[in-house]
Design a protein around this ligand. Sequence first.
Ligand SMILES: Cc1ncc(C[n+]2csc(CCOP(=O)(O)OP(=O)(O)O)c2C)c(N)n1
Length: 663
Amino acid sequence: MTSREQHDRMANAIRFLSMDAVEKANSGHPGLPMGCADIATVLFTRFLKFDAKAPHWADRDRFILSAGHGSMLLYSLLYLTGYEDMTIDQIKNFRQLGSKTAGHPEYGHAAGIETTTGPLGQGLANSVGFALGERIMNAAFGNDLVNHYTYVLAGDGCLMEGVSQEAIALAGHLKLNKLIVFWDNNNISIDGPVSLADNTDQVARFQASGWNASHIDGTDPEAIAYAIEAARHSDKPTMIACKTTIGFGAPTKAGTNKAHGSPLGAEEIAGARKFFNWESPPFEVPADILDAWRAVGTGGAKARADWEGRLAKADAQLKGEFERRLAGKLPSNFDAVIADYKKKLSADKPKVATRKSSEMALEVINGAVPETIGGSADLTGSNNTKTSQTKNITPDDYGQRYVHYGIREHGMAAAINGLTLHGGLIAYGGTFLCFSDYARPSMRLASLMGIRSIFVMTHDSIGLGEDGPTHQPVEHLAALRAIPNHNVFRPADAVETAECWQLALESEKTPSTLALTRQNLPTVRNEFSEKNLSASGAYELAAANGEAAVTIFATGSEVEIALGARELLEKHGHPTRVVSVPCFELFDRQSEDYRKKTIGNTKVKVAIEAGIRQGWDHLIGTGGIFVGMHGFGASGSIEQLYPHFGITAEAAAKAVEARLHGD
Ligand SMILES: Cc1ncc(C[n+]2csc(CCOP(=O)(O)OP(=O)(O)O)c2C)c(N)n1
């Protein structure tokens, strides 16, 4: 048991590393680490189950700094507890190019950073996925192997962001009682006092969402410990409202927004050194305090060794499966399962919507890959995300594989990221493509983190019909393609859909969006190919009869239209090839030779996609013909809308002939 004096000195080590690092970097946020040092010290010294020497230990407790601007709190803790990645030089190089200590915590930069945070609310919303992931893995592998907590530190900003409501409502509903959130209740944000913009009774709000919540003094170690202990025995998730002072210890800036987003300055830091009676120079931690922290870092070694013993003794099949899933590797028969399924599709030639093709593919995938966790933001029947294997996850049964996320697209996407980051699971969730806008901040972070989150976006064009322009995506394909490291798949038929799903599952470091139709589409891939043709992003689907004069590029539902246009053009004596483009991003990664060959150099190039032109010029050139949308859609039947917007085989063929005849 640490004495109060020892606790204070350990907490002060966090405070000084943070204020000195921010000072040296001449940017950053010293206020949060100074205010929350007591909370972090109690959590890490008395509760958090971890082993700094084995930072990826599967059964570690997770600590998520949702208030990512306070990144120096996390970096200080990782350095003090002895994570190998986090040297004192990294602390000294806070925010410098190439350091692991980026402005905000970046997943993958250093062990111990469980998720990328900074956009407020994301960490809190990810934590729902982490905590749910723990319960799902616990149900699959038992208490001996999976039994850990998810702790979150969130600020006023996290709680003001809309996504926080989606997250806490979902966590309360699912009774994720091993989720414990500390709210840094310091009444300050950037503009000044929180009361400038908010008067929410946060404790009442969390309680109303099915949480335990209470107020404590966030600088009193015993109060903090007591609250954590109670939270660990709760049957609900817990929010601990910790009253703190931003920049605690800074003589004039404490308690004000001046301690938020800029260095304190030499004078304030000197004052803080006096206030805390801290004599060590910057970046030096007194040896006894560093030793005490290092002992905390290795304090979990025995628990980890015991866990490894249990894993070693576990049933061989269970152990093998656990290790396979945590390594993120698919079952060894996966490719064969997909190849068999594709063979069947090429023979059956189903005429179904790609959302249905997706369901059919998932039926096969979910049968072969037990770690998939499906879900939808209240559009299950429309997104076709549920299969025979995926029954509802409920607070009484985490051993199932389907999450009804409710009408919470953003919360769903963030939770999918959390499930993915937890490890052992492959999570996908659906909504309408148009509402990817509501999920986009988390989709972007999945790309930034380089993780295998999968987003199923149906109703992918004006083809959805009468719901009208509010629901008809127009710019969404282009907008999603604009996100770096994000594979946007738009398959043309059941075979390509199976291939795109295969690619999404195999893509360990790039998230995927599958854009899928509501309307039925014929099978265009009638000949079985064991090779995944969609993997090259674009490929010649139909060759020209003779030397090609025209190339038509198309995606998804417009591939059928492209084939129709080809037929008309061929009839009129214009040899035409059709290139299916299921994924821009994968095509861009092909060799120059392949790209040149696939794009070709026909006199006329055409793209057909029921979205905006943006992004297509790199295939068809600025002089290419684009058949697609030029503004918002309209409410009407699909039979009316495609001709209304000129997206037909006839219109495409006419435009080509006009060009060929030099009009
Ligand atoms: C989505 C998002 N919006 C805005 C910001 C910019 N921002 C960073 S911190 C902050 C204020 C946060 O206030 P609070 O959570 O109370 O943190 P404290 O000032 O107490 O450290 C803002 C607006 C952000 N990081 N993310």
